[in-house]
Design a protein. Structure first.
Length: 492
């Protein structure tokens, strides 16, 4: 990736605490304008190859290929030196560091410091990060113009994706809007240190990545690192979901006294009266469109939106709160959202008028909280329709996985008429169904053709079909003909 400002070898060494174990016989290049991590990419002479390691790949295996392709500089771990004869690369530059991924983040942090941005925004939470980020981007774009805003796309919300996004900054950008995710302890802290945000938002605390975080308290401790980073910066803002039981305590007791807190919500669940309150929502159940009313600082505002669902309205309230913290008036924020379409795979309401049913594509991901929110949505808004659920495993729940799938079985036992299920936890789903006295029909999803044979025979008139599973289940592939053409690449 080409970068706007050059980086010198000394700058890279200083910010990564690295060492040039080979420095090109003193002939250079010693100034770089490109950073890349994939050896298959095209690159120039003045490029730095960051040899990342992952579960299923090792970038250090491709250092030789990069050099043979014309590359001059590679950043590797100290381990690389033990297994390779680096003397054969005497005309190249090899930088050794403790960890290449950490070095990538350090370079990104230094590179970000070269830009005098007006606002840097970081959004985290168990659910709703991407939707909130896209809403905020729309609001900022209407106010300032898209060319002045950079956001992360795809699944670039981790310790690799965020630095890569930062390298996309140019002189036109004035605002940086980033969602940040985690599935390992310490990642939010590291990402916050890279970004040094002015505004941070926590959408909610839910049962996600419990394999690593064990319980809600563990999830909160990880997300709280964003708030702690904000407390180190003058005039920073923390946006908090007042309806979330864990986060509402932060609203009540102002546990981050050096941070300006703006809360949002419906004001009915925790006893906390939020700063930005949703007063009312009217929905068209056939189209999924709605009209919502909110209150802020004694004034009321109304907006037409192309979606519905309490969790999606919550994401919108979070986005409005972020933009309010950045000085964008509520009217502009709500106007920007009137034409907003949900990101692919997130509660997309797709009417099939010929078939007489409504398909709800929420296949991007799943955890206990987001699945229950989707179930509540179809129970509340499609009460008179048959319920057909196409579900997949909720992954990364650790020791809680079996119990959480049993609980979901109980939740859908009195809701569904037909259930199609893909994944390894079907026995636990059926256990919960039996406990609830399920009287509908349950099908295991095998291959795509077998699913289609059974599914197509169902009488789907006057029904609602919910499609939801973790990203690894890829349930959208079973409905390719009905899904709108994807405008954005999916992340895995």
């Amino acid at each position: 990736m080409k970068i706007e400002y050059n980086l010198t070898l000394d700058e890279i060494l200083n910010c990564t605490d690295g060492k040039a174990v080979i420095s090109g016989n003193g002939t250079g290049p010693f100034v770089f304008n490109e950073i890349f991590t994939d050896s298959r990419e095209n690159f120039s002479r003045n490029a730095v190859f960051i040899a990342l390691k992952g579960k299923n790949f090792n970038g250090e295996d491709f250092v030789d290929a990069v050099f043979k392709k014309g590359g001059y500089c590679a950043l590797v771990s100290w381990d690389f030196l033990e297994g390779h004869d680096i003397s054969v690369y005497s005309d190249k530059i090899i930088i050794a560091v403790a960890d290449a991924a950490s070095a990538l983040g350090s370079i990104a942090k230094f590179y970000l410091s070269k830009f005098d941005l007006k606002k840097k925004i970081a959004i985290t939470g168990s659910c709703g990060k991407t939707t909130t980020k896209e809403m905020v981007f729309n609001m900022f774009s209407l106010k300032y113009g898209k060319e002045k805003i950079l956001k992360n796309d795809y699944n670039y919300n981790n310790l690799i994706g965020v630095p890569k996004t930062i390298f996309g900054l140019n002189k036109n950008h004035e605002y940086l809007i980033l969602e940040i995710g985690t599935n390992k302890k310490g990642e939010i802290k590291k990402l916050s240190e890279i970004i040094t945000p002015d505004v941070g938002a926590i959408t909610n605390i839910g049962k996600s990545h419990l394999l690593e975080f064990k319980n809600l308290e563990g999830v909160f401790e990880e997300k709280k690192e964003l708030a702690l980073a904000l407390s180190l910066k003058k005039d920073s803002f923390l946006i908090i979901n007042a309806d979330d039981e864990t986060l509402s305590a932060e609203c009540k007791y102002k546990n981050f006294p050096d941070v300006n807190i703006i809360s949002f919500g419906f004001g009915k669940q925790t006893g906390v009266s939020p700063d930005i309150l949703c007063d009312n929502v009217d929905i068209n159940r056939e189209t999924g469109k709605a009209v919502m009313e909110i209150s802020f600082k004694g004034k009321k505002y109304s907006s037409k939106i192309n979606f519905y669902g309490m969790h999606l309205i919550s994401d919108l309230l979070c986005a409005v709160s972020i933009t309010a913290a950045c000085g964008i008036d509520i009217e502009t924020g709500l106007k920007a959202i009137e034409g907003f379409t949900l990101p692919d795979g997130r509660m997309q309401v797709i009417p099939n008028y010929a078939g007489g049913y409504v398909l709800i594509n929420d296949s991007y991901n799943s955890n206990p909280d987001s699945l229950k929110a989707a179930l509540d949505y179809i129970k509340t808004n499609y009460g008179g329709k048959k319920k057909i659920l196409v579900l997949g495993d909720m992954l990364e729940l650790g020791d809680s996985a079996e119990a959480e799938h049993i609980e979901i079985g109980r939740s859908i036992g009195d809701t569904a008429d037909y259930i199609f299920y893909k994944g390894d936890y079907s026995d636990f789903i059926t256990k919960g169904l039996v406990e609830k006295g399920f009287t509908g029909k349950f099908f295991i999803i095998g291959n795509k053709n077998a699913f289609a044979d059974t599914f197509n025979k169902l009488d789907k008139k006057n029904s609602v079909i919910l499609v939801k599973g973790s990203r690894g289940m890829k349930l959208e592939e079973y409905f390719e003909e009905e899904m709108p053409k994807n405008k954005e690449k999916r992340g895995n």
